[in-house]
Design a protein around this ligand. Sequence first.
Ligand SMILES: NC(=O)c1ccc[n+]([C@@H]2O[C@H](COP(=O)([O-])OP(=O)(O)OC[C@H]3O[C@@H](n4cnc5c(N)ncnc54)[C@H](OP(=O)(O)O)[C@@H]3O)[C@@H](O)[C@H]2O)c1
Length: 324
Amino acid sequence: MKALICHAFGPIDQLRVEDMPDLVPGPGEVVLRVRAAGVNFPDALIVQNLYQFKPTPPFSPGGESAGEVLAVGEGVTRFKVGDAAIALTIWGGFAEQVRVREDQLFALPEGMPFEVAGALLLTYGTCLHALRDRANLQAGQTVLVLGAAGGIGTATIELAKAMGARVIAAASTAEKLDLCRRLGADECINYREQNLRDELKRLTGGQGVDVVMDPVGGDLAEQALRSMAWRGRYLVVGFTDGQIPRLPLNLVLLKGCAIVGVFWGDFIRREPAAAAQDLHDLVAMYRDKRIHPLISGRYTLQDAPQAIAALAERRAQGKLIVLP
Ligand SMILES: NC(=O)c1ccc[n+]([C@@H]2O[C@H](COP(=O)([O-])OP(=O)(O)OC[C@H]3O[C@@H](n4cnc5c(N)ncnc54)[C@H](OP(=O)(O)O)[C@@H]3O)[C@@H](O)[C@H]2O)c1
């Protein structure tokens, strides 16, 4: 089988497609024939040894994928050869085959194309857990989304709108904000050209925002925290800016607000029943056409490094996928 291989941590352009032996499942494991694999920011981090999970090279990046079961190991009970499934593996997905533990595998919902299935769970799963479970978002409340045209950003816009919230999308270019508007954002702020705090004050009549979704970090974080409403919830999701912000805690006291961590990977491991309910709800929302994952680019395995680089270099919009 062919796989995109990282031989040593380093630049994304060192990744190469190579012929590898076919995978064999161990006890409790399943091998999936990958049809589509979503590209996420952690793919760029993991090959550069900048992510919290550190596989031993050689390995393939690619944290989420969808395809058919090729082989099952001893003791596997929920899947059989030929079943369509979604794998959440943190790495290994940018390959023709991926080996997963049975508990990392979810049955592919009937009627869901592989492309959607391979690009849905990581971002929409994170955002549903963040907005509903961690922020207790209510209809009528206001959500600020930073990096709003990215994978996490676009999923947040759709889910927050589906939950009845007012969405303020913030991003770095007019083109990205056009996309946010098309996805349903009520208001847009270009944080390269406009002052985030002034605009938020104006758009909320001085009340501030109830929920901040922050996958970016850096200097935007303190501006967003200063723009929160009483009893607001600030969701810490990621640091694409590269800088982990240090925030003055007096602001949290003065606003009676909460800074809330979101770690979806551990949530699904520690609370599988709650995660399964979220998956069920996401599938229902997809079937009802309340969410429409936006796939803006499709790449071969050979071109997968270009897709990873597009995220690392801030050029991607919505989701990119690899079709091995
Ligand atoms: N906590 C969790 O459970 C969890 C789960 C999934 C993902 N994440 C994290 O969420 C973050 C977003 O992931 P994603 O897949 O949505 O990424 P993405 O599609 O690349 O979107 C990230 C956005 O960040 C903004 N950004 C600001 N500075 C940037 C920089 N220096 N380089 C690149 N982008 C920059 C960009 O928007 P503008 O150009 O408009 O600023 C970009 O659209 C990542 O840090 C990821 O690790 C966390």
